[in-house]
Design a protein around this ligand. Structure first.
Ligand code: ZN
Length: 269
């Protein structure tokens, strides 16, 4: 499943390859994939004749600015929002980025092209999503998301933790509090920080919050370099009967915040 690191590669692909190319055709064969009132007709009206000017990201939401932005202030459709869901990839011409699973969205099946555009130069951009859990919307409400995990400050994390009695893992996985961290990245960051995922967030001492802040940054940086959310030290040890890569203790498997959670009962407190 794409987490923030995979979504970032998809954003970077759009930013490198899809900008400043006039859109001549909109492909919206699956009306169910369009969300928040967007219809195939409205998508065509908003995109045809425009071009993409910038590809941004907030958490797992890709925000593509359209050239119509600002030209008529009240005109809807100045930002295209793309969600990769559980298995989505972005394709620009013949290049793909996003979900890393080879047996899922890397197969070139046009039936999985849920949305896309053709450019005046004959090239294309598609969102390919076998499991159909992604989405496309216009002018997404970016403020329903918390600060992006890459930009999260220690002060923000302190405030987020102090306000919640929920398990710390549920809190940092809540996209309205911090945008971008999914199941694997949260487990890896808490393991690196030595914090029990089930600990109530507001009980964390300040040095634990500092460790967690550093661990989130390290996890994003290190796993980004390695090639994705699935490359964590703990992630590679997930599964029954496996041991903590740090101290060799048998890993504990629980459900925390509604998700399968692996942690070390010895060094995560
Ligand atoms: Zn351990």
């Amino acid at each position: 499943m794409p987490e923030i690191l995979e979504v970032e590669t998809a954003r970077a692909l759009l930013d490198a390859r899809a900008l400043d190319r006039e859109i001549t055709k909109v492909h919206a064969p699956d009306a169910w994939f369009l969300k928040r009132g967007l219809t195939p007709r409205a998508a065509r009206a908003a995109l045809t004749g425009q071009s993409f000017t910038h590809a941004r990201r907030r958490g797992k939401l890709i925000l593509v600015d359209l050239s119509s932005a600002g030209s008529v202030p009240e005109r809807p459709g100045s930002v295209l929002g793309l969600h990769l869901g559980m298995s989505g990839r972005v394709l620009v011409d013949d290049e793909a980025a996003g979900d890393p699973l080879l047996d899922a969205s890397n197969q070139a099946d046009p039936a999985w092209h849920r949305f896309g555009v053709t450019f005046a130069d004959g090239g294309t951009m598609f969102l390919r999503d076998p499991r159909r859990l992604g989405a496309v919307e216009l002018d997404p409400d970016e403020d329903r998301l918390g600060p992006d995990a890459f930009d999260l400050t220690l002060a923000q994390l302190r405030a987020i933790c102090a306000k919640s009695r929920a398990p710390i893992k549920a809190v940092i996985m809540d996209q309205s509090r911090i945008a971008g961290l999914g199941n694997l990245l949260c487990d890896e960051a808490l393991w690196r920080a030595g914090i029990d995922p089930a600990r109530p967030a507001h009980e964390l001492a300040d040095d634990a919050v500092k460790r967690l802040h550093r661990a989130i940054r390290d996890t994003l940086r290190i796993l980004g370099k390695r090639g994705g959310s699935h490359t964590g030290d703990l992630t590679s040890a997930r599964g029954p009967g496996l041991h903590c890569p740090k101290d060799g203790a048998p890993l504990q498997r629980r459900t925390v915040g509604g998700r399968t959670t692996y942690s070390c009962p010895v060094h995560q407190r």
